[in-house]
Design a protein around this ligand. Sequence first.
Ligand code: FUB
Length: 458
Amino acid sequence: MLSRNIKIGSLLLFALGLSLNLAAQNPIVQTYYTADPAPMVHNGKVYLYTSHDEDVTVKNFFTMNDWRCYSSSDMVNWTDHGAILSYKTFSWSRGDAWAGQCIYRNGKFYYYLPVNKINGGNAIGVAVSDSPTGPFKDALGKPLLEGYGYIDPTVFIDTDGQAYLYWGNPDLWHVKLNADMVSYDQKTGIVKETLKDENFGYREKKINNRTAAYEEGPWLFKRKAKYYMLYPAGGVPEHLAYSTADSPLGPWKYGDTIMHVIKNKGAFTNHPGYIEFKGQPYLFYHDAGLPGGTGFKRSVCVEPFQFNADGSIPLITPTKEGVVKSAANVNPYQRVEAETIAWSEGLKTDQNDKGAVWVTKIDGGDYIKVRSVDFNKGAKFFDASVASANSDGKIEIRVGSKTGKLLGVLQVKSTGGAENWKLQSCKVANLKGVHDLYLVFVGSGNNLFDFDWWTFRK
Ligand code: FUB
């Protein structure tokens, strides 16, 4: 009887584990290591800017060369826009593409980024673009700000049009940006915050006369006439905390911890980003949750949450499930980029200098999950834009899970080589309603083909 119970228990646990895995939504990006999330809502879409930990860590330290961008209309499927700029965008930089933030003003996107200068020393540059996904160019040809500890800029435009930039580790500084967004008010100049415990939290591990828990990575926003500053705190390993103020210039009043140090698969850093999208607040952060994850191979995650009635932020628990409820459905009757992914295994994306991005490194057994696809018109055909030198790969079109109902199989024929894109089609069993779609790749060997976009036809 006991062994039977254990067996049933194990089966239940297995089933639960399986369904938890099926429901995994964090980390958001599985194709690259991403860190330092900087979300931005623009024209009904979320743009998520991230820094990028390289797959190969050099000298056991942050190995970071470029910044990536992802977008989503539903908070569960993220379209990869590739690496949209690198430290090389700043001719005066020698590297270290750390945490930045992008903001929209008067038809342009201003992206504030910390790098190291060619001859050493921290600096913050500003890159500008006409589009949220680039191309970005150096707005000034020189740093906007430079000085020891000048990293992690956060930018905010108040309802009266005044813009503010805060930044720094181990100190916290701010300037009032001018309306051109690429210069700052010289009269008020660079202001250094007084990091007192009552303003920025109580530090348990005192180092170098530092008292307050504030560490780095500030994120400034306003909600209901209250200003919030989120930040990594405590020394390392970092937790996330917040302070509030009645003005964007403080005085800041310490609030509380909003995320404890992540115990399971945490990194020694963390980094907050905040948006409200379609009425729902979201906290972005990073952990080391992907296979191979470390403090130098981090991954961006997101959790929905609710403010308390008094405007305080509750303690937010990192989860695997992340965003459970999709904020919109995917329309499968228009072109859907193959790099629009809720979850994937085994894949990478690649890009060319014209801004095109596609899914690559496709091996047998890899798959893409796309959540909440609305087949309201039914479907007869599946079309995929693919490029391949081989003719050994297939795409199984399934719903519900990667072994779920098989709608059809596309045998990918050779197109003559890489970036030689051809539209190939197959018949699919008719289907109605909203489903999670699984594109499961089948074939022997590696690099079966590259995959640019797909659609369904009636
Ligand atoms: O990603 C490099 C650095 O680690 C960031 O600038 C900090 O905020 C921390 O996340």
